[in-house]
Design a protein around this ligand. Structure first.
Ligand code: FPP
Length: 253
């Protein structure tokens, strides 16, 4: 992997977020601006996914989560859903060797069982092949919705109470976190959303409690490694107080 990071003296590689999550938005608008079909935007967006995964790995980010398909996205026109599933499958197959070479583990958060069987099969193969990789986790959020995730967690916990494996008093924040799709990973330190929309759109609602949020006006197909570096530099200037106060300020926040 060719690196131009050394030239970038102001990005502190020792103070990177451990977990970056991205809401990749704006594929449709990118295509519309060019009088193209929305699917062309998703195709170009897939290329951006490749370059941003490579960049995150190069920087040394431990977990990268990409919101690729939400529970709500099933309601899009059938041809668009079909095209997105085809692009996902293509990505998962074509990136297999790259993930292996770069020691990246593929993980899925969301309702994997709702995906078409051929997509599930390729996901399972890539997940099995990369399961021992330990330099970065690439989490693809597929058929993911935070409310669905929390609802499923509540259902699992209630089942354990019903079967007397748990008591009501055992319900803690850690127990809830342990029943989410993201149970084995840190909460996102930084959530990036492209295309200038100011909302979380049912993405990691529980996990985002203390995430820093960065909204970029760039449409996802145009998002670049250099902008990613600028956002990471911006993150490094933020004062994360987690509701406490820092030594030199009395402001809460
Ligand atoms: C949002 O743009 C994007 C999506 C719903 C899908 C994201 C998918 C990709 C980036 C490509 C495939 C993914 C992988 C992992 C290879 P939008 O369609 O809502 O854009 P709009 O708001 O401008 O209409």
């Amino acid at each position: 992997m060719k690196s131009d990071l050394k030239k970038d003296v102001t990005l502190n590689l020792k103070a990177l977020p451990s977990h970056v999550a991205i809401i990749m938005d704006g594929n449709g608008r990118w295509a519309k601006k060019r009088l193209m079909n929305r699917v062309k935007g998703h195709e170009k967006g897939s290329k951006t996914v490749r370059s941003i995964v490579a960049a995150a790995r190069e920087f040394g980010i431990g977990t990268l989560t990409l919101y690729a398909f939400s529970t709500e996205n099933w309601a899009r026109p059938k041809p668009e859903v079909k095209a997105l599933m085809m692009l996902l499958k293509r990505f998962i197959v074509s990136e297999r060797q790259e993930l292996l070479k770069n020691n990246i583990r593929l993980n899925i958060i969301g309702q994997k069982k709702r995906l078409p069987p051929d997509v599930q099969k390729e996901i399972d193969t890539t997940m099995a092949l990369t399961r021992n990789n330990n330099q970065m986790v690439l989490n693809l959020a597929l058929s993911y919705g935070s409310r669905e995730e929390i609802t499923a967690a509540v259902r699992k916990i209630a089942g354990k109470i019903e079967s007397k494996d748990l008591n009501c008093d055992d319900i803690t924040q850690d127990l809830i976190s342990a029943h989410l799709y993201t149970h084995a990973m840190p909460d996102p330190d930084l959530i990036i959303r492209t295309s200038g929309e100011y909302r979380l759109s049912n993405f990691l609602l529980w996990q985002a409690a203390y995430s820093e949020i960065y909204i970029s006006d760039t449409l996802w197909p145009d998002f670049s490694k250099s902008e990613f570096i600028e956002i990471l530099k911006n993150f490094q200037k933020r004062d994360r107080r987690f509701g406490k106060v820092t030594c030199n300020t009395s402001n809460d926040g």
